[in-house]
Design a protein around this ligand. Structure first.
Ligand code: ATP
Length: 290
């Protein structure tokens, strides 16, 4: 067998692997660089960035989300409150693609149907979620944690191999300042206080340039001073980003809230300013038994 016959035989073997076609002759193959970036698929030209309508989810017949309508404007800082079991986490799970609704519409921007997208594509589309417990890389320093989270950063391997350009280094410094950790860049994440870890994780999300940030109970376990700084941070993010904060601490909610949504039994019970909410008779009936 000469060289060209050998190559062509090898290519032939590559052609069919198991039940899938692979290799250079695959007709259905679309090269990565030809696939439109999912972020570019999101049309954010309208004023509403998140749109949930008539959404329902039942677990074993129990309606966790019940004809839910929820709309968030671009650049808003929205607080979401509700008793345990009201459906807050389930709603976040629906937005991030972890839970599929049984029915209803869930749109990001004017056009991205979140019901049809995978969790990873939803994250790539610009929805970042911060869970209650901080998940930073404890053995890496603050700079490295931020570096790993960069939007165009594909892997740890990339980080080890590639040198950052000055724009990327500037971005890390900018985010570190924003989250109040400009002097901790060389500190191991594991040595940070609980509050600082929470801010670092918010910074890691910001490195991915999210359009919408979902933040779950950011001040749980924080000192009063850390709570204040967290409030300032979240308030400063609104405008450039849209932020939805789930929080139980009413003092904190009052300190940051412009608009508050109260969830109850999987539906919106009330919505408005904190004063509106506190004076709302439905809310008082449900919470205070009046
Ligand atoms: P909390 O403040 O305690 O976190 P929540 O408002 O986030 O409460 P959810 O966690 O969304 O409430 O739960 C809403 C309801 O749905 C609860 O009654 C819960 O027990 C139920 N639920 C949530 N997930 C599941 C599941 N995977 N299977 C069965 N029931 C579930």
């Amino acid at each position: 067998m000469n060289e060209s016959q050998r190559i062509s035989a090898n290519l032939g073997q590559l052609h069919v692997v198991g039940d899938k076609q692979r290799g250079p002759f695959r007709r259905d193959r679309v090269f990565d660089f030809l696939v439109p970036n999912i972020t570019e698929r999101v049309d954010t030209s309208g004023s509403t960035i998140l749109y949930l309508e008539d959404v329902n989810v039942a677990f074993d017949g129990f309606k966790a989300i019940n004809d839910l309508n929820f709309y968030v404007e671009k650049g808003e800082l929205r607080c979401l409150i509700g008793a345990n079991g009201a459906g807050k986490t389930t709603m976040m799970d629906i937005i991030t693609g972890k839970t599929r609704p049984d029915s209803g519409i869930v749109l990001f921007g004017n056009n991205l149907d979140l019901v049809e997208e995978s969790e990873s594509d939803i994250a790539l589309a610009g929805i970042g979620r911060k869970f209650q417990k901080p998940t930073v890389f404890e053995q890496l320093n603050v700079f490295e944690n931020l570096e790993l989270s960069m939007a165009d950063n594909k892997s740890i391997w990339w980080t080890l191999r590639c040198k950052l350009n000055s724009e990327q280094v500037d971005r890390i410094h900018h985010i570190a300042s924003l989250i109040g950790l400009p002097d901790q860049l060389a500190s191991m994440a594991g040595s940070l206080s609980h509050g600082q870890k929470q801010w670092l994780e918010i910074g890691m999300l910001l490195m991915q340039e999210p359009i919408l940030l979902l933040v779950d109970e950011p001040v749980a376990g924080m000192t009063h001073q850390e709570m204040e700084k967290t409030g300032e941070l979240l308030t400063s993010l609104a405008g450039n980003h849209t932020v939805v904060v789930v929080e139980h601490d009413m003092e904190f909610v009052r300190s940051i809230a412009k608009r508050v949504t109260v969830l109850h039994q999987g539906s919106v019970l009330a919505e408005g300013s904190m004063d509106d909410i506190q004076n709302n008779s439905d809310v008082r009936r449900v919470y205070l038994g009046e």
